[in-house]
Ligand binder design. Structure first.
Ligand SMILES: Cc1cc2nc3c(=O)[nH]c(=O)nc-3n(C[C@H](O)[C@H](O)[C@H](O)COP(=O)(O)OP(=O)(O)OC[C@H]3O[C@@H](n4cnc5c(N)ncnc54)[C@H](O)[C@@H]3O)c2cc1C
Length: 403
């Protein structure tokens, strides 16, 4: 039995390895890029956060959030780590639960998968862009750049649209739509958010640990604590990725409220600033030793205090205003960066048209989908790759052996 798999990213490689466990299965894995796992090699800032010890179904989203549960419980985190261990990958978990390769190199993950694919019943075709797929009586016809592949079963593992420069494309959606499947609205998620506040550009490159909460028309959207990074256009960093889902998608006012000292009480900060009145320092150093210098100066200026004033001359209202700037600073948000800057696509192929126990299409028997192309997206912190491994292995095992 020939099993065609389009896409040798995270979920496609997982599917190929799972399907190839069955003696009768002949796997043809097709990848349009010159090498496998190109996006995977760029994940986690080059470190690959391959899963999360705390991953559970609450961390996944989509129109039908429970769809992911079957795959995630059958191939849970423990099972996934064991699978990687058997392939030779050593891993290490951070306190937050995020798991990385022990080498700290995403390439180690790509390499162990690449070596594992070297099996007699897997034919890997790289630089092979699939242009068209068709259902035929005996299975599927897959038309590639130089060759047409005929297969009994077909797994679409083309990923989503996010990370366009690393391989994100519309191809998977297009193929599945050609079989009659529907697609929800695609949105960028785990993405930087743009701001109209000019301070962002002045703070470009500055990182700060903070509590961040996004509000839409005064109502809390999402909140989290972690590292924030200022960019030329707005706000980025892990904490923003965590709370960016569906931010700035509706009309109205979107703001991000930042507490730059979440572990310090306001009264304690105020007492320290008042103590500094006896120092002789200029106001531009009011927050020196507390926050990143540039951030301290921008916050102080933003409440109308001139850098060359003396701290000794500041009155209580001015000290209060600085405390407010540190503990409750509102940044106006405008829109998310585009799909090329996003890590993940929210939305995708409608999951109710697939069986969650097998990943097989309910419309076209023998057709499967896995990974980001489906309407499933996970929280920041290894959840999306866990979905790719679990859904890919489930599709591969079912297509290969009808488990
Ligand atoms: C910068 C960045 C960092 C990230 N970091 C993390 C992280 O640390 N942890 C985490 O959990 N998630 C992370 N993600 C998300 C994660 O990488 C994806 O969710 C995951 O790779 C999706 O797996 P997939 O198999 O569905 O798609 P992909 O891994 O994108 O693979 C799809 C493959 O299909 C191929 N393809 C597409 N069309 C065709 C065609 N017509 N013919 C042949 N081949 C085709 C593509 O070239 C690609 O190789 C990150 C994403 C990005 C962009």
């Amino acid at each position: 039995m020939v099993i065609g798999i389009i896409g040798a990213g995270a979920s496609g490689m997982a599917a190929a390895l799972a399907a190839s466990e069955y003696e009768d299965a002949q796997v043809v894995l097709m990848e349009r890029q010159a090498r496998v796992g190109r996006k995977l090699a760029a994940t986690g800032n080059g470190r690959c956060n391959l899963t999360n010890l705390h991953a559970n179904e609450q961390g996944y989203h989509g129109d039908e959030p429970t769809f992911a549960s079957d795959a995630l419980s059958r191939y849970d985190v423990e099972n996934t780590l064991d699978w990687f261990k058997r392939m030779g990958l050593y891993t290490v978990a951070e306190e937050s639960g995020r798991v990385y390769p022990y080498s700290d190199q995403a390439n180690s993950v790509v390499d162990v998968l690449r070596f594992a694919l070297n099996r007699p019943n897997i034919r890997l075709l790289t630089g092979f862009e699939v242009a068209k797929v068709k259902k035929i009586d005996a299975g599927f016809r897959v038309e590639g750049t130089e060759e047409t592949i005929l297969c009994d079963k077909l797994i679409i593992a083309c990923g989503g649209l996010a990370g366009t420069k690393l391989g994100g494309s519309m191809a998977g959606y297009k193929f599945l739509r050609s079989f009659g499947h529907k697609c929800t609205k695609l949105r960028p998620t785990l993405v930087q958010l743009k701001s109209s506040w000019s301070g962002c550009a002045a703070l470009k490159g500055v990182r700060a640990n903070c509590h961040a909460a996004i509000f839409h028309n005064g109502e809390m959207h999402l909140e989290s604590t972690g590292e924030l990074q200022f960019t030329e256009y707005g706000l980025s960093g892990p904490v923003m990725f965590e709370i960016s889902r569906d931010a700035c998608q509706g009309n109205g006012e979107w703001i991000c409220r930042l507490d730059f000292l979440p572990d310090v009480e306001r009264d304690s900060l105020k007492a320290e600033l008042i103590r500094r009145k006896s120092t002789g320092w200029n106001a531009e150093d009011l927050l020196t030793g507390i926050l990143h210098n540039r951030l301290g100066r921008v916050l102080t200026q933003s409440v109308g205090i001139k850098g060359l004033w003396k701290i000794a001359d500041l009155n209580e209202d001015e000290i209060d205003a600085v405390c407010n700037g540190v503990k409750c600073f509102d940044v106006a948000l405008t829109e998310p960066m585009g799909m090329d800057a996003a890590q993940v696509t929210a939305g995708g192929i409608v999951t109710s048209e697939f069986a969650p126990q097998t990943m097989e299409s309910r419309l076209v028997p023998g057709l499967y989908a896995c990974g980001e192309v489906l309407d499933v997206d996970g929280d920041c912190g290894g959840y999306n790759l866990q979905w790719a491994w679990s859904s890919g292995r489930l599709a591969g095992h079912h297509a290969g052996g009808n488990i």
